[in-house]
Ligand binder design. Structure first.
Ligand code: NDP
Length: 477
């Protein structure tokens, strides 16, 4: 049999993606550095479709119909380069290598350029949804050439998640590294969403005094409204879970040190380079870092805090409603910032990314899937040149309605000494955007004072410098 697609790298993600292709009627060639994984897959799931197990790179390439479609699902970084070096010499012009791993978009740009010289299409494709998504339908964010998408798109559309309106959660994001860039920002937004939810939990627990089981119920209620999302849903599951060994809430027996694999950090690093304030994502990455500083936290435990007055029952219920407002408002801000970063990346690299299409393919399959994304899609579809989500009438109105409660939540958090870096960074961004005048004018004055960096005036064109060390007269620079 010749296979229509091949998958190399058959750990959890590759194995499930291969099964997904097979279940959708495609003949799938299989390959893995360690052949045992290949044979295990066929032994366990061979009934699900047509698999062509192979042991060597040569056999694998020979099993594929032309132009070849070769999906690489190995550990990101050097292993991806090793696999490309192994396969590229065996391929012909027109063949496609699809990297579904979590590659850095700069690596994808480099690989795409190198392989293009050989006439090979390199498609960096972000895949979100974890193992379950890979099997039942992920959200897929492919970059690469238009030509490669023409040959690949229909297959990806078939295996991808479908949004509620039936639209496949895949689109050609843009050339070269555009897909992996968008996947990176997706993960950054995921960090921010998780942090905001964690802050809501922390406040409901330590300010309002609710138990994890009660908070799970609150999240379940929220999940029937505008916060309806996969992450809220699983949060309720985690919070209501009871540890079998101790009978305690599961959240109380897990060490409170959050780990990370790095895509959130990349998002922030790149945002710094692009000059895009993704403060919500940054606070999420930093909050994980703070949690991991065990010694510092231990040494700081005795630092003075406020004398907290826990809320009574009636106040707690009202507070919970306010937290919902704060969470929703902060979420609008982190998506505003994330989409801002995609727009900036698109501009910098000439990708011409359709932001509405990105929101659309995140509606299903991926970790941040949510009803909310349909609204973002609609906002960008109505106005593709929207300066930012906060300029959309509906979002502006909603965040305006939430802002009093949002502030009230942060007042309580501050009073009772519960950190809410995501909520407060989001509010600071909101207030900065609304401000008619920012203190940046003073910053410019300071820069001009110590470094003659010059400034612009509100009333005249040109750059100016004040002779600070002299008679303080102004000169045109
Ligand atoms: P891993 O990231 O754990 O990678 C294991 C696979 O990589 C195995 O098939 C392994 O082969 C292969 N491999 C490692 N080094 C080499 C090498 N030098 N040469 C050839 N093959 C090598 O697997 P996952 O399935 O978790 O993830 C695959 C990719 O998907 C990663 O890039 C990951 O970031 C990304 N991803 C993962 C998600 C998840 O939820 N896990 C979600 C979305 C993306 P061998 O069996 O021989 O060791």
């Amino acid at each position: 049999t010749t296979a229509q697609i091949g998958v190399t790298g058959l750990a959890v993600m590759g194995r499930n993606l291969a099964r997904n292709f097979a279940r959708n009627g495609y003949a799938v060639a299989l390959h893995n550095r360690t052949a045992a994984r290949t044979h295990d897959l066929v032994a366990e799931f061979g009934e699900e479709g047509v698999f062509v197990p192979t042991e060597t790179a040569k056999e694998f390439v020979a099993a594929l119909e032309r132009p070849r479609r070769l999906v690489v699902m190995v550990k990101a970084g050097d292993p991806t380069d090793a696999v490309i070096q192994e396969f590229a010499p065996l391929l012909e012009p027109g063949d496609m290598i699809i990297d579904g791993g979590n590659a850095h978009f700069a690596d994808t740009r480099r690989r795409e350029r190198e392989l293009r010289e050989q006439g090979i299409h390199f498609v960096g494709a972000g895949v979100s949804g974890g193992e379950e998504g890979a099997l039942r339908g992920p959200s897929i964010m492919p970059g690469g050439s238009e030509e490669s998408y023409a040959a690949l798109g229909p297959m990806l559309e078939k295996i991808s998640a479908k949004a509620e309106d039936g639209a496949p959660c895949v689109t050609h994001v843009g050339p070269d590294g555009a897909g992996h860039f968008v996947k990176m920002v997706h993960n950054g937004i995921e960090y921010a969403d998780m942090q905001l939810i964690a802050e809501a939990y922390h406040l409901l627990r330590d300010v309002a005094g609710y138990s994890p089981a009660q908070i799970a119920d609150i999240f379940r209620t929220w999940n029937t409204g505008r916060l309806d999302s996969y992450l809220i849903e699983i949060t309720a599951e985690v919070l209501s879970h009871v540890d079998a060994a101790t009978g305690k809430p599961f959240v109380d027996v897990v060490q409170d040190r959050a780990e990370q694999k790095g895509t959130g950090r990349w998002t922030v690093q790149i945002a710094l380079d692009l000059g895009v304030p993704v403060s919500g994502i940054a606070e999420a990455v930093f909050a994980r870092a703070v949690s991991g500083h065990a010694e510092l936290r231990e040494a700081s435990r005795e630092l003075a805090g406020p004398s907290a007055r826990p809320l009574d029952d009636a106040a707690a219920a009202a507070f919970a409603d306010q937290v919902e407002q704060a969470l929703y408002a902060s979420k609008i801000v982190s998506y505003t910032q994330g989409f801002q970063q995609i727009a900036a990346g698109s501009e910098e690299y000439g990708w011409d990314i359709d932001l509405g299409a990105v929101a659309s393919i995140w509606r299903g399959g991926c970790i941040i899937r949510a009803a909310f994304l349909d609204r973002i899609r609609a906002a960008y579809d109505t106005r593709p040149d929207l300066p930012g989500l906060l300029s959309d009438g509906d979002f502006a109105r909603e965040i305006g309605e939430a802002q009093d409660d949002w502030r009230a939540v942060l007042v309580q958090a501050t009073r009772q000494g519960v950190p809410a870096p995501g909520f407060s960074a989001a509010l600071a961004y909101y207030d900065a955007l609304r401000s008619a005048r920012l203190p940046a004018a003073l910053t410019q004055g300071q820069r001009d004072f110590f470094g003659a960096h010059t400034y612009r005036r509100v009333d005249r064109e040109g750059s100016f410098h004040t002779l600070w060390g002299g008679d303080r007269s102004e000169v045109e620079a």
